[in-house]
Unconditional design. Structure first.
Length: 257
């Protein structure tokens, strides 16, 4: 049994370790708080509502958070655990390469009294990979229904989780006035479609980025100078995001009046 070493009454999260073929409790959680996230209020509200329904035993969806890098997808999942851990939410992080073990992991927690989110960070599949098949069975079941106390929350830079090639579109056909996607496209879309809640994340507009900067530097009075340096920093990093704001804070905290 993979979870025999985990005391879920005292630990809210665990990692799957492939070499030991079991779970290891996470002892040092990322402390990011819900109120520390800025610029993604709509995504926060939708994910919170879905998670609260899940915790209450009401109908809820698996969730896919997709979009640009550094826009808060992973931080939102971590903050979610910190917010709802005391309400019975538990989380298991599983690497993409270990998804073949997902059915066994789910079997071992399906009778637990807790509500589990299987967390897959930076999830995507390349052509020829087959790990997504185990994920499909957990998302919607096969002959056996998926357990009622498990949901999958994944983050990805790809909307459909799988590569999309121009050649796939060229194989699509129009029959009787209707577009029939090629088999490759159907396969790409079918996996993402199993996530009933899909939240999109985009690079921050300038004003939202500066709001995140202001929240990280509440004591600074010279906002013009702060904003000037923050924008220059974002330009050097190639984009504005919550991650960029955090990196700016780590580098320049205490240097502005």
């Amino acid at each position: 049994m993979t979870d025999t070493a985990i005391d879920w009454s005292t630990h809210t999260a665990a990692l799957w370790r492939r070499h030991r073929q079991g779970l290891r409790a996470i002892r040092r959680l990322d402390p990011v708080r819900w109120d520390q996230l800025h610029g993604i209020e709509r995504q926060q509200a939708e994910l919170a509502r879905n998670t609260e329904r899940f915790l209450a035993g009401e109908p809820s969806n698996n969730a896919l958070l997709w979009g640009s890098r550094g826009t808060g997808k992973s931080s939102l999942i971590k903050a979610l655990l910190n917010r709802y851990g005391r309400d019975g939410l538990r989380m298991i992080e599983v690497d993409k390469d270990d998804l073949v073990n997902l059915p066994e992991i789910v079997d071992d927690i399906s009778e637990q009294p807790w509500r589990f989110v299987i967390y897959c960070d930076d999830l995507s599949f390349e052509t020829g990979e087959s790990g997504y098949k185990a994920l499909k069975s957990v998302l919607e079941g096969s002959l056996e229904l998926p357990p009622e106390n498990v949901r999958v929350y994944a983050t990805s830079n790809r909307r459909h989780l799988m590569p999309e090639f121009m050649s796939d579109n060229l194989q699509s056909e129009v029959k009787g006035g209707e577009l029939h996607p090629a088999e490759a496209i159907e396969e790409q879309v079918s996996l993402a479609d199993r996530f009933g809640l899909q939240l999109s994340f985009y690079p921050f507009p300038k004003d939202v980025y500066l709001q995140a900067i202001d929240a990280l530097f509440p004591q600074v009075t010279d906002r013009d100078t702060l904003h000037l340096h923050a924008i220059r920093f974002a330009t050097s990093r190639g984009g504005r995001s919550g991650r960029t704001a955090q990196q700016f804070f780590r580098q320049f905290s205490g240097e502005f009046d």
